[in-house]
Structures are given as C-alpha cells and as structure tokens.
Design a protein around this ligand. Structure first.
Ligand code: CU
Length: 226
C-alpha cells in the first residue's frame, strides 16, 4: 500500500529524474552544436576533440569563406569564381593599402586613414589587396555591394589586429560602379577610414571620402556668441 509520504517521495524522485534528463539533453545539445560534424558521445574525449577542432579552425580558418587567426582574417576570398556577367578576368591588379593614424594628417577633422582613398580597376578585374596595418589597434579593409551569390552579404573583408599584413583576393563584376570601402571598427569610418573603389567609369563619388568628396553633413566648429 502506498501512503501519502511514499507518494510525495516518489514524485520528488520523478521530478529529479526529469530535471536530470533535461539537463543531460541541454548538455548534449550544446555538445552537438560544437561537434556538429561528428557523432561522438558527449564525453571527455569529445570535449578534447572540440578544443582540438577549435584550435585547428583558428589555425586553418573557418571553412572556405574565412581565413582567420588571432592576428587577423580574410573573409569571402574569391580567386577563381568569375561573376556571371563576365566572360573572363579582364586584368589582375594588386593594390597595396596601408592603414593608420599617420595617414589622417593631411585631412583636418580625421583621425584614421588609408594611404589612398580611391582605386580604379576595369570591370571583371581580379584584385589582390595587400593590407598593412601600421597601428597598434585593429583595422579593416572592407568592401560592400558585391554580388551576394559569390560574396555572403555582398562583402569582402580583410582585418589585421595591430601591426601586420594580410593579403586577400576578390573579383568584381562587369557593371560600372563605385563601391564603398571602409574600416567598420566603431568611429573609424566616421573619422576618416572611408574610401572608394571605382570599377570602369564608376558612378558618382561617395560622400566624406578624405581628399575626394565633401561630407554630406560637414562638421561645424563655429563658436556661438555667449
Ligand atoms: Cu580601423
């Protein structure tokens, strides 16, 4: 005969078992996410594998779209996939880009800059960017508006953490266009790290490119009378 006390004890045990199972499920889910490509049981070996895989990824890059380590990354590199509207690669261009505070000096009101703020290439050009960061902070060379079937989010991007150099390649489509290039670190775009890549005849200049175009909303430093 089950009395009230036994029933209470039983339901507590059931609750604990259910809770433990849920916790196990949650833990398994977490492991499953980290070890999505193998079916190992969530045990110590698997954890070691996860750490090893993570280290390997940091060394060799996250899949085909990203080459990344602690010093920097190249994202969405494309050396050989020709855009649909191009029959062949028109030219191979290498641009050497330096980034740093010293490049802001010629442009009052800016703090950061690239050594050049504009580049010209032919339609269907393959462009190799040799990106050097001269500062002790992180900088990027990030271009937007590329075809999304080749470049996720339409973006190709090189990033260097502190002094160093990274090289990456991408191919532009055939349209005459002016692409925005910038460093997306907070405040860097606004403070001068903005440039443009003109393909063919391009389109009109983008605003606020140091040495090229005026800002849409210029800063005003006029002191108002007291
Ligand atoms: Cu920057």
């Amino acid at each position: 005969m089950i009395n009230h006390k036994t029933l209470k004890s039983l339901s507590t045990t059931t609750l604990l078992v259910v809770l433990s199972l849920s916790m196990y499920d949650l833990t398994s889910a977490a492991y499953a996410t980290e070890t999505a490509n193998d079916n190992k049981e969530p045990n110590k070996t698997s954890l070691k594998t996860t750490k090893y895989e993570h280290h390997k990824l940091m060394k060799e890059g996250h899949g085909s779209h990203m080459n990344m380590d602690m010093k920097g990354m190249v994202m969405n590199e494309n050396k050989d996939k020709i855009p649909k509207d191009c029959t062949e690669i028109s030219e191979d261009v290498t641009i050497e880009v330096n980034a740093g505070v010293k490049y802001a000096k010629p442009f009052p009101g800016t703090v950061f800059g690239f050594n050049e703020h504009q580049w010209h290439v032919k339609p269907c050009a393959r462009i190799t960017v040799e990106f050097t960061n001269d500062d002790d902070i992180r900088h990027q060379w990030m271009i937007h508006g590329l075809p999304t079937y080749l470049y996720p989010k339409g973006m190709f991007h090189i990033e260097v953490n502190g002094p160093g150099k990274r090289t990456g390649t991408f191919i532009v489509p055939s349209s005459h266009f002016t692409y925005l290039v910038h460093c997306d670190i907070a405040q860097h775009t606004e403070k001068g790290m903005k440039a443009q890549l003109k393909v063919g005849n391009g389109r009109e200049d983008l605003p606020s490119i140091p040495g090229i175009s005026n800002p849409t909303f210029p800063n005003s430093f006029v002191q108002k009378p007291l």
